[in-house]
Design a protein around this ligand. Sequence first.
Ligand code: LRH
Length: 469
Amino acid sequence: AAVRAVAAVDLGATSGRVMIGRIGPQTLELELVSRFPNGPVETPEGLRWDFDALFENVVRGLAKAVRREPSIESIGIDAWAVDYGLLHDGVLLAPPFHYRDGRTSRGVEEVHARVPFSDLYARNGLQFLPFNTLYQYRADARTSDADTALLIPDLIAYLLTGVRAAERTNASTTGLLDVHTREWDIDLAHALGIPSGMLPAIVDPGTVLGTLTPGMAARIGADLPVIAVGSHDTASAVVAVPMTSPDAAYISCGTWGLVGVEIAEPVLSDATREANFTHELGVDGGIRFLHNVTGLWLLSETVRAWEAEDGAKIDLPALLEAASAVDGPVPVFDANDPSLSAPGEMPTRIADVLRAQGHAVPDGRAAFARSIIESIAAAFAGAIRSAAELSGRPIRTIHLVGGGSLNRVLCQATADRSGVPVLAGPVEATALGNVLVQARTLGAVPSTLEELRALVSRTHSPERYTPRP
Ligand code: LRH
């Protein structure tokens, strides 16, 4: 059978990429077309994204993809969750805020003063993260000038096609989606003083949003449709986790480590709320019952600080090799400590957390990096245990996907600390999930999630890490 081609745009908090996906009943391949850096930009009005540069890179990447593979049939876009752009008459009011911007703490206070967290959780099922979109909206004065609010992938789709929509998986990260009806909770928006008129109609993954505007078609070099995929990157990643049984958990590890299981019905209890487990909507309606653990952010920010100190690039594989060779125990700190969430001065802030928790600061960069990795793995293992307890499922396999799956020390430490075998890969789960949902819409591959995951496991065999005593 014929192999077909699509373009996947996958935007993470530290880098974005455009890929060509080639797919058929027995084929699933990615070709990287372009990769570009992304990250927070300090501005007088707070921490923002350089959205113009991001969008420009998306358009250039797509044009390059089409030159390289003229048979591309569609485009799908996924990105990190929660962040948004506000539009008035089709014009972006300001570059989108970065979710690590400090203003959100005011939004949290104001929201919880109107609707206490326990009530919010009963309505939206979301774990508390200070940057959930509802807190951001509450703290963003410009919402009163906006006629439309679009999350990042929806915003890019709008600029490409002129069509405004809210893709459901990502909408579920705003805090304004009702966990039961899966529609906007307009009453909640009213109670919080958030203008609900700016929230666009919701669409499901697999919806053909529209075709490129004439201007974009000319720049990109083809007249292509944009298909809504699981536009929340974690939703796309979980499509491509080759789980074969309900005993499997996943860790989607990039900047964040998203640790959990897939369930069919929400579990909204005091215990799940106190453990801060979330209910994010997945492709085909499953629920990602998971907890956010701070992931490679700790390492990438540490490396960034060391590079600034040295005035030179750090050889990451060499650092990881040295970290893996560190003999003897290293201290483990709380990877989710709130003081580690803002950018900048990460080694100093980690050292402060270590000392506050009664530990000595490890000597040398290799031991320091190992301490970070072991701390992430310990937090992963803790979240896996909670996922098992709270969902009532035994967990016999952990699928670790995303960039973290290449970090051998992390994979082994996760297996060791959880006592559960880790199956690592695919590294590009998110882009694969994006490609799979497009291909299914085009009729190029079978339609159930099981079949899509079976295709991933036939084409991307994972690496196994067995727990050591
Ligand atoms: C991962 C992710 C995660 C969200 C965070 C903001 O990239 O989308 O699922 O919690 O970014």
